[in-house]
Design a protein around this ligand. Structure first.
Ligand code: BTN
Length: 257
């Protein structure tokens, strides 16, 4: 079933975010459309939402499985200050967590840097493409994918690692309710929460901290204990030889306790 835009509108309480909503039945990636809009001068807060993506993208060059009519695929075009840009990757997953909690009562956790998990499986992901001109931010494209009513195919590559709200609850969840709650929560954080407050709330949800992890980035594998988070959200890894490594990006795998 298609997204009911009237139901979304009734639930949105934002000033700027998603006040202009570009709704597409199918597209390559909402990031592509949002970039085109940004380059054409579209306003801060413009949201591009699609029923289906034929070339959905994930972090680190991966693809994002995006079947039609099941999930949320949205890109928010933002024109933030540099300090806000730095916390977008924390504010967005936190907004997903809060939206899922308020709509379903489930309590997702986070895997560094910005995966949202339920039962240890991935429920949602965040992709940020930003354009800078010197130290000024031209725009940021905040892409969020949430698996809502996705019937994850048995035996598929993603079956062991992905989940959806429907899979966790056993019945369909309103995409409109989740989307509106997500946008409302995100704007609250974006407008009103200080960067340290966002970082602390995000840090509290990270299930990665204190765990033995493997971090892979650009083919290099690091192992150690995920000891803490730096002021900028980087992961502080304590290696077996006692040295500390600051990891700014990568994919974390939790090792068995
Ligand atoms: C990840 O966890 O790897 C990030 C996934 C981001 C997926 C969203 S869906 C909306 C937007 N359009 C895309 O092509 N990707 C992001």
């Amino acid at each position: 079933m298609s997204l009911n835009l009237e139901r979304v509108e009734e639930r949105l309480s934002t000033q700027a975010i998603a006040r202009r909503l570009i709704y597409l039945t199918s597209t390559t990636s909402t990031q592509d459309i949002a970039r085109r809009e940004a380059e054409a001068g579209a306003a801060h807060g413009t949201a591009v939402i699609a029923e289906e993506q034929t070339a959905g993208r994930g972090r680190l060059g991966r693809s994002w499985v995006s079947p039609a009519g099941k999930n949320i695929y949205v890109t928010l075009l933002l024109r933030p200050e540099l300090a806000r840009l730095r916390v977008l990757g924390m504010a967005a997953p936190l907004a997903v967590v809060r939206a899922v909690e308020s709509v379903t009562g489930l309590a997702p956790t986070l895997k560094w840097p910005n995966d949202v998990l339920l039962s240890g499986r991935k429920l949602a992901g965040v992709l940020i493409d930003s354009e800078l001109s010197g130290s000024a931010v031209k725009y940021a494209l905040l892409g969020i994918g949430v698996n809502v009513n996705f019937d994850i195919p048995e035996g598929s590559e993603i079956a062991p690692i992905a989940t959806s709200l429907k899979r966790e609850i056993g019945s369909e969840v309103s995409r409109e309710d989740v989307f509106a709650a997500l946008i409302n929560e995100f704007e609250q954080l974006y407008l009103h929460a200080p960067p340290e407050g966002i970082r602390d709330a995000w840090r509290q949800r990270l299930e990665t901290l204190g765990r033995e992890v493997t971090v892979t980035f650009r083919g290099i594998v690091h192992e150690g204990v995920a000891e803490d988070i730096g002021a900028d959200g980087s992961l502080l890894l304590r290696r077996a030889d006692g040295s500390q490594l600051v990891v700014e990006a990568g994919e974390v795998t939790l090792r068995a306790p």
